[in-house]
Every structure is written in C-alpha cells, then in structure tokens.
Design a binder for this molecule. Structure first.
Ligand SMILES: [Zn+2]
Length: 308
C-alpha cells in the first residue's frame, strides 16, 4: 500500500519536471523557427533592396537611352530633310547638265574609252593603264560586259570606273522612252551581274552622241531626264578622233598627235576599244604628262579642285 502510494507520488512529482523539458524544447524549437524565418526574411529584404537598386539603375539607363534615342531621331530627321533637298538638287542638275569637259583650271584630262572588244584588247588596255598608273572611265556596252565579265571585273578591281553606254548601242532618238529605259537598265543589270554586286555609275554616254551632237530635239531633254532619274549625268567629250580624222589615214600616230594637239586642262578625251586607239594609248598618256597634264578618270576630273 505504502509502495503504491509512493509510486503514485513520485510519478506526480516527476511529471512537472518532464513537462518543463517539453515546454523548453517547444520554446527552443519555436525560437529556432523564428530565427530561421527572421534570417529568411532578412535575406529576402536585402535581396529585394538590391533588386530595387538594380531596377532603379535600369530605369535610369532606360531614361538615358530614351534621351539618346530622341536625339538620334532628331538628327535623323534633319539629315533626311537635307538628303531630300540634295537629292532634288542633284536630279535637277543631272537632268539639266550635259558635261563636255571639266573645270578648265585644273591640269587633269579624263580618259574615256567606249564600246568594247574581245578580252585580248581590253586586257592590253588595262595593262597600259596600269603601266602608266592611270585610272580611266570605260563605257562598255552591256552586251560586251555580259560576254566576257572577267575583263570588266579586272577593270573595276584595278580602280577604273564603268559608265553606262546602253546595253546594245542603239540610236536613242529612234527608239521610244520605254526602250531607252530598258537599254539603260539592261546595262546596269549586265554590269551588276558581271561584278556580283549592284554597281552605281554616275555617268551615261549616249551612243553616237545621238540626240546631243545630232538629232537634237525635245526628245533629247527627255533622254537626259531618264538618265537623271537613274542617277546619271550625261557625259559627252571635247576631244575625239573618229570624226576629226574621218578624211585621214586612221593610224596610232595621227590619233596621238590629234589628241595631244587638242587636249587641255579639263578635257574629256573620247577613245574607243579599237586596235588603233589602244595602240596610241601609251603615247597619249606619256604625251599628256610631258605637257604638264594629268590623265585621270571622270570622277577625278569632275571632283578636281581648280589650281591656283
Ligand atoms: Zn559607242
């Protein structure tokens, strides 16, 4: 009886002790949970703060970009307007201008060579030009370029310019506007195809000078306009040999002396890819230099500053 009582008593006195441990454990557990949660929320807070900072700096950057963008847009609009103005001026100039020679106050003389020939003669021409370190302007027909594209590629690679001399060399005053357009575009396509990229020329030379030196009519103005619409100036010449020597033996010596007697600063010399003309070419280039003149391409002549 006694023992039973004691046992019950001792259970009773032990109970509060075990309850205290449990509560302490729960308390510590809760404390730990609170601690972990606090650490978590502290981390979260810090992360949020740094994200906010990033956001703020991104916003600032965006504002800067927007500002720059506005500036660029203004610049673009200004340039666009200027460009439009220049384009109009250019078009008016191109359709109103026929160029027979450049500025007379330079010592430059443009060498232009028309039509076309087989690769042998073209390569010989390019060899001479290379030997004399001269860049020239060549006016092949599109059909010639189509036939042997590699020689014309060589010409452009060596710094020579190509000008539009139509695709098939018709008398332009004898064909309608649509055909004139086709002839000029046909040249453009043949040359771009041969070179492998869209080639831009500023120069158009009418076959036979038709419409300009002969058959001048209101149609001439329209032909000029069509060339201008395609971005080209009409280029004629002030020194040529075929017509000038028509009643004389057509020899390299006569060709050379005629060109050297007539070319002066600003001249545009017209030669052709004929054996006689190309035979004369080295002496023409050397002779011009002996006279203090500098053979060059059309661009070089037309952009030359006057000499003082
Ligand atoms: Zn021609």
């Amino acid at each position: 009886m006694q023992n039973q009582y004691e046992a019950r008593y001792s259970r009773r006195t032990k109970q509060p002790k075990s309850g205290y441990t449990t509560r302490l454990a729960i308390f510590l557990f809760l404390l730990a949970v609170i601690g972990v949660l606090s650490v978590f929320s502290a981390i979260q807070y810090l992360t949020m703060q740094s994200l906010q900072q990033n956001l703020d700096s991104l916003e600032n950057k965006l504002k800067n970009v927007e500002q720059e963008n506005r500036k660029l847009e203004e610049q673009y609009n200004r340039l666009y307007e200027e460009n439009e103005k220049l384009r109009k001026e250019n078009k008016m100039m191109r359709s109103e201008t026929v160029i027979e020679h450049g500025n007379r106050e330079t010592n430059k003389v443009a060498i232009t060579i028309d039509d076309g020939a087989g690769a042998v003669l073209i390569n010989r021409t390019l060899d001479y030009l290379k030997e004399y370190d001269v860049q020239a302007t060549l006016f092949p027909m599109g059909s010639w370029v189509e036939r042997e594209p590699e020689v014309w590629r060589r010409a452009v690679e060596e710094g020579h310019e190509l000008g539009n001399h139509t695709y098939s060399h018709p008398f332009l005053t004898r064909i309608n506007e649509e055909k004139v357009q086709e002839e000029l575009k046909g040249w453009q396509e043949a040359v771009s195809e041969a070179l492998g990229y869209s080639y831009q020329t500023y120069f158009f030379r009418p076959p036979y000078g038709d419409g300009f030196y002969s058959n001048r009519s209101s149609y001439t103005a329209r032909i000029k306009e069509i060339a201008a619409e395609q971005g080209m100036f009409t280029i004629l010449w002030d020194v040529e040999v075929v017509y000038a020597l028509r009643n004389q033996p057509y020899t390299p010596a006569r060709i050379t002396s005629h060109v050297l007697a007539n070319a002066r600063g600003g001249s545009i010399v017209l030669l052709h890819f004929s054996t006689a003309d190309i035979d004369a070419l080295p002496n023409i280039l050397a002779g011009l230099r002996e006279r203090g003149l500098e053979p060059c391409s059309l661009s070089e002549l037309l952009l030359a500053e006057p000499q003082t």
